[in-house]
Write a protein that binds this ligand. Structure first.
Ligand code: SAH
Ligand code: SF4
Ligand code: F3S
Length: 448
């Protein structure tokens, strides 16, 4: 046996993943890792050591797509160093562009879509054997793809999908085209996964779906989202439950009441409004008006005082005028969000809005985004300042990424809190922190 062969036999194969996009993709990467571990692959953080590189991609905005194209291109030179390297492009961009990726990047060995995630091992085996590029992109999802093993990145907080896909077809959005129709996971599977997480020491679970409020509707199941929340609220020793994303149109009293009466479901409502103008909302196909939305938030705040409300906003949707954006600015001043994620509208070919007339010039979009962020940042700061002097319950996550001397955690309302480690507090503990200073995106304080 050659020394080389010996080495190949002894050393486990290494894989490296890079994940773009939303939490759903992060969880998919955990499920890719889970499958690879079953055939002896180990994960590496060092891309230069990898035998297999998987880029798990997003295409929700052009900016994401461009960045990923750059990254796929860069991978080419690694093939020169390691001709056996397998490079895979998976996830939403793979689902959207399919063989176009292979044409543009001949050094890619496999392209696998979102509906094939659970079949990774077959695709890898094919790529290893054939050395011809493998295209594995099903057009449709299986009604219920079987669960696969998951290897999680964190130890405190875990993502748990409750449904896949989206039926809403907001006119700007590519997600329904790359993630397929809504499929709800059976309640028993979700509960079993969360029980297992509790047994493994996880303290927080985030239930994932593009529109969690429509849980169960596709399967004719008797369990709706509120009942799912009631069931998972019982699972010890999980301390906190979050969910994302909930569509404002489908948020209802039963869900709000459930959250109010629950122990673990956090008082944080992420309700993407997208625009503060009814004409734009109509053309986005969002299915609600600003008046409805305003009443919804008032109702939540009345029932659950202290709840935080956050949102997503898109500026520069086709046909958005100066008047429209002024209405949006006034709307965010009225609602007073704890935080908002703001995006420049990005034309996604294949979606209806991409062909709408009156696309807004980029410079104009950027100017509007700046205006919006300036106003929202001030509001976030004012709201956060009201917490100065109070004591908040924080779930300890670990050292702060930017400041190793500080610990980081979140309030139930999903605000980030930093403090200097004071005692024996460790990741997973619930502690109380007295807030001393407030910024737009962080609170700082001392352990009580
Ligand atoms: N299903 C979730 C998340 C969808 S993607 C939801 O409905 O809220 C997350 C956010 O990206 C959206 O809320 C929207 O604000 C933004 N987004 C989606 N498509 C976009 C596009 N074409 N251009 C700019 N922002 C977009
Ligand atoms: Fe996209 Fe709308 Fe579905 Fe969210 S609800 S994923 S914005 S189509
Ligand atoms: Fe992106 Fe796909 Fe999520 S397009 S935002 S990774 S569902």
């Amino acid at each position: 046996m050659e020394a080389n062969d010996y080495q190949q036999k002894q050393e486990p194969k290494l894989f490296y993943t890079e994940t773009y996009g939303c939490q759903m993709n992060i969880n998919d990467s955990e499920r890719l890792a889970g499958q690879l571990k079953t055939i002896g692959y180990e994960e590496t953080e060092n891309v230069d050591k990898a035998d297999l590189i998987l880029l798990n991609t997003c295409c929700v905005r052009e900016s994401a797509e461009k960045k990923i194209h750059g990254r796929i291109g860069e991978m080419k030179r690694r093939k020169l160093v390691n001709p056996n390297l397998i490079i895979g492009v998976v996830g939403c961009l793979a689902q959207k562009d399919k063989e176009k990726i292979l044409t543009k990047f001949p050094h890619v060995n496999l392209v696998m879509g979102t509906h094939n995630t659970h079949r990774l091992l077959e695709v890898i085996a094919q790529a290893e054997q054939s050395r011809e590029p493998v295209l594995a992109v099903w057009d449709q999802a299986e009604r219920l793809a079987p669960d696969v093993p998951t290897v999680r990145k964190g130890q405190i907080s875990a993502w748990v999908p409750i449904m896949y896909g989206c039926n809403n077809f907001c006119t700007y959005c590519i997600v329904p085209y790359v993630r397929g129709r809504e499929r709800s996971r059976p309640l028993a599977d979700i509960v079993a996964e969360i029980r297992q997480l509790g047994a493994e020491g996880f303290k927080e679970v985030t239930l994932l779906g593009q529109n969690v409020n429509s849980y169960g509707k596709d399967s004719g199941s008797s369990t709706d989202f509120a009942e799912l929340l009631q069931a998972v609220d019982q699972i010890e020793p999980i301390a906190r439950i979050r969910y994302m994303t909930s569509h404002p149109r489908d948020m209802n009293d039963k869900v709000i009441e459930t959250i109010k009466n629950s122990k673990k479901i956090c008082e944080h409502f992420h309700l993407p409004v997208q625009s503060g103008n009814n004409d734009i909302l109509g053309r986005m196909n969002r299915g609600y008006t600003t008046e409805y939305y305003h009443r919804l938030v008032e109702h939540i705040r009345q029932l659950i005082p202290g709840a935080s409300v956050t949102t997503d906003l898109i500026v520069g949707f086709p046909g958005e005028s100066e008047e429209h954006i002024i209405e949006t600015l006034n709307f965010i001043k009225t609602i007073r969000y704890d935080a908002a994620y703001t995006f420049l509208y990005s034309q996604r070919s294949g979606t209806p809005a991409a062909d709408y007339p009156d696309q807004v010039p980029v410079a104009e979009k950027k100017a509007r985004l700046n205006q919006l962020m300036e106003i929202q940042n001030e509001i976030s700061l004012q709201i956060n300042k009201q917490l100065v002097g109070t004591s908040v319950e924080v779930l300890v996550e670990g050292p702060s990424k930017n400041d190793e001397t500080k610990l980081m955690g979140r309030t139930r309302t999903n605000k980030i809190v930093l403090w200097a480690k004071a005692g024996a507090e460790k990741p997973g503990d619930l502690v109380n922190v007295q807030i001393a200073t407030a910024q737009t995106w962080v609170l700082k304080g001392c352990l009580v």
